[in-house]
Design a protein around this ligand. Structure first.
Ligand code: PHE
Ligand code: CA
Ligand code: ZN
Ligand code: ZN
Ligand code: ZN
Length: 282
């Protein structure tokens, strides 16, 4: 897999923040900043050669949108999916939550297209709407799949917060999710290790968009750098940063801006995510 350029990922974060600033300060479901975020990603993916679809749904009286992008080629009966939510809360621009996961996935997708990668499996990326209102977009997507469609998804990787400013390095504990994949967990953990960080398995308890896939029997996993929880002394020894302080003190707040991202965490996770997508799709 190519090394993912953290500068390019940060460039997308800057654009997402500009989108929020031009649209009342957020990129939330039902607000113009959300739709503008979808358009920003869709144009880049189409230009790179992806086939994109925007799936609409209704939540709270407003239209929501999932963006789904397929890399042409590979075995359509054996699909590797990777996704994360693109919506923010109404309180702020949502740059760590979840501009980071969204921008990392975008760069990974663009790197796959630009490098001419021809995976054995079919690669599909997704950016979910209305996660912050209760995992709505991803749930709508899974609901729209037939049993046959579901059986063709080999596994789903989820990335929700990958650059917390006081970062933890967490991989979803497969033993704690209905269809948690030990293989996905091992792959993500192994590539984080290659990047120089010792990850911890953590119980996500269905708190992000992998949940609908898990409930539908689709193997899954993901990476997370921590939200409102407090970093322990042992974690600060291992990962740096500040013990006794939240992994993301700006979680769901107006200060979740481009200042609220740890560059090293963003880089290490982006590289581990790309390596995992390549490994799990070849
Ligand atoms: N889903 C939470 C949010 O978007 C963040 C989160 C991700 C929490 C993964 C726990 C685990 O606000
Ligand atoms: Ca890199
Ligand atoms: Zn959130
Ligand atoms: Zn989130
Ligand atoms: Zn979430």
């Amino acid at each position: 897999a190519p090394d993912i350029s953290v500068e390019k990922v940060q460039g997308h974060l800057t654009e997402l923040q500009k989108i929020a600033e031009a649209n009342g300060g957020n990129r939330a479901h039902g607000e113009p900043g959300y739709k503008a975020s979808v358009t920003y990603l869709q144009e880049k993916l189409e230009a790179a050669g992806f086939t994109t679809q925007v799936q609409e749904f209704t939540e709270g009286g407003a239209t929501g949108y999932n963006l789904v992008a397929d890399l042409p080629g590979g075995d359509e009966n054996n699909v590797l999916m990777a996704g994360g939510h693109l919506d923010s809360v109404t309180e702020g621009p949502g740059i760590n939550d979840n501009g980071t996961g969204s921008a990392t996935l975008l760069e990974t997708a663009l790197a796959a297209a630009d490098s001419g990668y021809k995976p054995t499996k079919h690669l599909r990326f997704a950016w979910w709407g209305a996660e912050e209102l209760g995992l709505v977009g991803s749930t709508e997507y899974v609901k729209s799949l037939s049993d046959d469609d579901k059986s063709k998804i080999n596994s789903y990787l989820n990335f929700d917060m990958t650059g917390s400013p006081n970062p933890g390095y967490f991989v979803y504990d497969s033993a704690n999710e209905p269809e948690g994949s030990a293989d996905v967990q091992k792959t993500l953990t192994g590539f984080l290790d290659e990047g120089g960080v010792e990850a911890e398995a953590t119980d996500i308890n269905g708190r992000s968009d992998h949940a609908a896939f898990s409930e539908a029997g689709i193997p899954n996993g993901g990476i997370f750098t921590g939200a409102e929880e407090i970093k322990t002394e042992a974690q600060a020894q291992k990962w740096g940063g500040e013990a006794g302080k939240a992994f993301d003190p700006c979680y769901h707040a107006d200060c979740d801006t481009t200042e609220n991202v740890d560059e090293k965490a963003l880089d290490v996770n982006a590289d581990a995510i790309a390596k995992s997508v390549w490994k799990l799709s070849e």
